[in-house]
Design a protein around this ligand. Structure first.
Ligand SMILES: [Zn+2]
Length: 125
């Protein structure tokens, strides 16, 4: 049995300006908090999935996802693209491996060119 937890890592809160609250109709009183969904198993796997919650300081209520109006939907979609999510250590290791492969690859090309250069010089004499 594998234990799986779902955590929501807090990312940031942004004021939602010039959008009317779907519950009380007040303008510019809402805040949107962004969270990154983290799936936790034996190792921790972060995912790129982002969720958000909206609260209104005028009516002191959280606006459930289903009550979001077009303005809130669009705000969420635009801001979501700007957010750089924390990637998991697995991707970090993969990145290092890719860097190593790239290093070896370019090193090999350099040696090959050097050998060809030397060979060309020897031949012309
Ligand atoms: Zn409200």
């Amino acid at each position: 049995m594998i234990r799986v937890n779902r955590n929501h890592l807090y990312l940031k809160t942004l004021p939602v300006s010039s959008i009317l609250c779907p519950l009380c109709g007040a303008s510019g009183k809402m805040e949107m908090a962004f969270y990154q969904v983290q799936i936790e198993t034996d190792n921790i796997h972060n995912t790129r999935k982002i969720t958000a919650s909206v609260s209104c300081s005028n009516c002191n209520k959280d606006i459930p996802n289903i009550r979001w109006n077009n303005g809130l939907d669009e705000f969420y979609r635009t801001e979501k693209k700007q957010i750089k999510v924390i990637t998991s250590f697995k991707i970090g290791t993969k990145g290092k491996v890719l860097l190593w492969i790239a290093g070896i690859f370019f090193g090999a090309i350099f040696i090959l060119l050097a050998v060809l250069y030397i060979y060309g010089h020897m031949k012309s004499k």
